[in-house]
Design a protein. Structure first.
Length: 247
């Protein structure tokens, strides 16, 4: 059985301040944890799993036994961030952020105040699908290492850099890269000629992009509309735009 101190330690990862201080985050479930163990076993700080999961993954446990804790379902109930606890939970070290963002891919996402963790996680996963290497976030955007975001990415956080910075400073520092903004009123994305590299700006789920940023965009993009829906979910719109701009 886990001690009260162990339970409190893991539960503290619900708070961004604690995640920042520990330079670590929580991942749950066989797929997400399995990917991290396969690709970055050295980043594992602690693992809590049911006996059956341990028995099925002995090959990836080599050299990690001191960090592995065998637990019962009741223990996972106490530490899980999921509605229905899974079979394994891991505490993983955050990757070191490079000195400058990689903007070499055809499209780099720039997120202005995305608030919903599920939306952010889906955007990161979608970016990984389309080969986007970097996502730049405003300081007010949801934390990429929130347990709900990590779960939604399904392991894509290993392959996509997520940066938090002042977006005005970023845009000014990379004025040579065209800034295109998603907007309800703009030119249809399928009618535009795509430059070699762009910064694609996506706004808040309800308020859109701040006017001070939208005014800096060289192009405003819209997705062709046939039906009567008022708008698209931010992550859905991002996926549609990336299908046109990232490949």
């Amino acid at each position: 059985m886990l001690s009260k101190a162990q339970v409190k330690y893991i539960q503290s990862f619900a708070h961004k301040k604690f995640r920042d201080e520990e330079r670590a985050f929580v991942a749950e479930g066989p797929k997400v944890v399995g990917e991290y163990l396969q690709e970055r076993p050295g980043d594992l700080l602690a693992l809590y799993a049911l006996p059956a999961w341990i028995d099925e993954h002995t090959e990836v446990m080599v050299g990690l036994s001191r960090r592995v804790h065998v637990v019962e379902p009741s223990d996972l109930d106490r530490i899980s961030f999921l509605t229905t606890p899974n079979t394994v939970l891991a505490v993983i070290r955050k990757p070191e952020q490079p000195s400058s963002p990689d903007l070499s891919a055809p499209c780099t996402l720039v997120l202005d105040d995305i608030q919903d963790p599920g939306n952010l996680g889906t955007i990161i996963r979608t970016a990984d699908w389309f080969g986007v290497r970097t996502i730049i976030c405003s300081a007010s955007t949801a934390d990429a290492w929130n347990p709900k975001v990590v779960q939604s990415t399904m392991g894509s956080l290993m392959r996509v850099q997520v940066w938090y910075t002042d977006l005005v400073d970023l845009i000014n520092a990379h004025a040579d890269i065209p800034l295109w903004a998603a907007a309800l009123e703009g030119r249809q994305v399928d009618k535009l000629e795509k430059p070699p590299h762009i910064l694609l700006l996506i706004g808040n789920e309800s308020k859109g992009i701040r006017p001070s940023l939208l005014d800096r965009a060289q192009e405003r993009l819209t997705i062709p509309k046939v039906g009567k829906a008022e708008s698209l979910n931010a992550s859905v719109a991002t996926g549609i735009l990336l299908s046109q701009l990232a490949v």
